[in-house]
Structure formats: C-alpha cells, structure tokens
Design a protein around this ligand. Structure first.
Ligand SMILES: [Zn+2]
Length: 279
C-alpha cells in the first residue's frame, strides 16, 4: 500500500494541499498528517466559537473534521504551541514551537516517520509560504527528519530505520495567489493578513515547481475542509466569498517542488507524486 505523509504547523495548513491529499486518499493511498501545534495564536472569527483559552482545543476538533472530509486516515499532533506571526509576543513563549528543543522535535518526527512508513513526504518550502516562523521551522525539521529516518546512526531508540522515496515542498506560486488577491481587492474583501506578501516582481517559487496535481475534481472536498476550520474562515473570509471560477483558477492545481531525489530537469511538471513508486 502506498503511503503519503504531510507535515505542517497549524490546523488549516493542510488545506493548501487538501485536493492532493483527497485525490490520493480516494486512490487507496494511506494518507497521514502530522501537525506541530494546535494553532493557539490563530483567529477567532466569531466569539461564540472559541475563547483565546480554548482555541487550541477547538482548532484540534476543526482539524479532525477536516481530516474526515479530506480522507486523512491518521493524524498526529506534536503537542507544541503556535508561535504566532513573526514579531508577535507569542514568539517568546516557552511553550512556542520555535522555542522547543530541536533534538526533541527531530526525535518525535523520526519516530513517527519510522512508524507510519510513508513513501512520500510533503512539507513547507523554506520560506513557509509567507514567512510564518512555525511554517519555516516545520519545513526545516520535517526535511531533516526525512533524511534522518533512514540513517541507522540517528535516534536508534526511535525504531527501525525507514527508507523514504520522495520529499516534496508544497509551493504556492504568486500568480495563483494574485488571482485571489485581485478579486478580493476589486470586491472590497479584507485581506490585510497578506499585506506583507510582495505581489510584484519575479517569483522564485514558480520556476522551481516540478509537480502539478490537477485537483479540480476534488475542489468540493477542499472547500468543505476549509469550512471545518470555522474559527479561521468565518463568513467574511476570503475563501467563503470568492466564486467558483476564482477557486478553480487559484486552487484548481496544487504545485510541488521535488527536493529528494533531485529530479531530472523536465520541460513540463509531472502530475503524479508517486510516479514510478510501487508502494
Ligand atoms: Zn499555518
């Protein structure tokens, strides 16, 4: 059986690749997700849904809802706290993910990888989509754990080694993002969260993309999974307001950078993350 493992930082990050995860789950692939935190520093779209004190608990339940919708068979939480956006007081909290002991994080990830035995791992690209410190840290640790899992010298107490086949970074090209942002600006939808994202100039991500998964047939599952994350995507959120054609244009494909093994240069992106893998 083929197995796919996604490693992300917060409940709702999985949404960026939800179409791909839903597609593989429906092909009979065992899909697992590791989430580093419960997203305690996230939004509360409606005060009747959560308080700052119980937001982590509420978001865990939202994530379990999304897993069910997407077809994620196995969810593991690493148990750290959301470090918040760069420059916020949450960065300094002793329980914050970015303050945690790096060796402890690597051990937990290696142990889970050796238990789950995935063929393919997906995590953040080095800039964490838009620079969130938890995204950057998760991408770095997950990529390290990918290599350490097959190293007999590394963490022998974390179980027998497992040789993975392929590591991907999830990449969201600016051109797709811009489709959403342009629509939001034209229609007066608040997108101040993304104010720091540069919308012009060359996009280094776009040219690194090696894989493009067409998920238009799974957009319904993808959108249904975002509706599970009610505290993050309330009625006023961008995702809830954009029409189907904008969803298609901005989210109908999910794109990836193959990091290991180094891919052969190809003129057009490959469409299957498992191509050539027997499972
Ligand atoms: Zn996140």
């Amino acid at each position: 059986m083929k197995r796919l493992l996604a490693i992300f930082a917060h409940p709702d990050d999985e949404g960026a690749v939800a179409g791909t995860l839903a597609y593989y789950a429906r092909q009979g692939v065992h899909v697992a997700l590791i989430c580093a935190t419960k997203g305690e520093a996230g939004e509360i779209s409606d005060p009747s849904l959560a308080t700052p004190e119980n937001l982590g608990e509420v978001r865990e339940a939202e994530l379990r809802c999304a897993c069910q919708v997407i077809g994620i068979a196995e969810l593991h939480l690493l148990g750290y706290c959301d470090s918040g956006m760069d420059g916020t007081p949450e960065n300094e909290k002793i329980t914050a993910f970015i303050q945690a002991d790096p060796e402890e994080i690597r051990f937990k990830l290696v142990k889970l990888i050796r238990e789950i035995k995935p063929h393919v791992v997906i995590t953040f690209e080095p800039n964490g989509w838009y620079g969130h410190p938890d995204h950057i840290a998760t991408g770095r640790y997950a990529s390290e754990a990918y290599y350490l899992a097959s190293d007999p010298e590394a963490f022998p107490e974390a179980g027998p080694i497992w040789q993975l086949d392929r590591l991907f970074h999830s990449a969201f090209p600016l051109s797709r993002f811009k489709v959403m942002v342009d629509y939001a600006r034209e229609h007066g939808i608040d997108i101040s969260t993304f104010d720091s994202v540069p919308m012009e100039g060359p996009d280094p991500i776009e040219e690194q993309i090696t894989h493009n998964v067409d998920v238009r047939a799974y957009l319904d599952a993808k959108l249904a999974s975002t509706r599970c994350h009610q505290t993050q995507f309330g009625e006023d959120s961008l995702f809830r307001q954009i029409p189907p054609e904008i969803h298609q244009a901005s989210m109908g494909d999910e794109t990836f950078i193959q990091v290991d093994p180094q891919p052969e240069l190809s003129s057009s992106p490959v469409t299957d993350l498992f191509s050539g893998i027997e499972g």
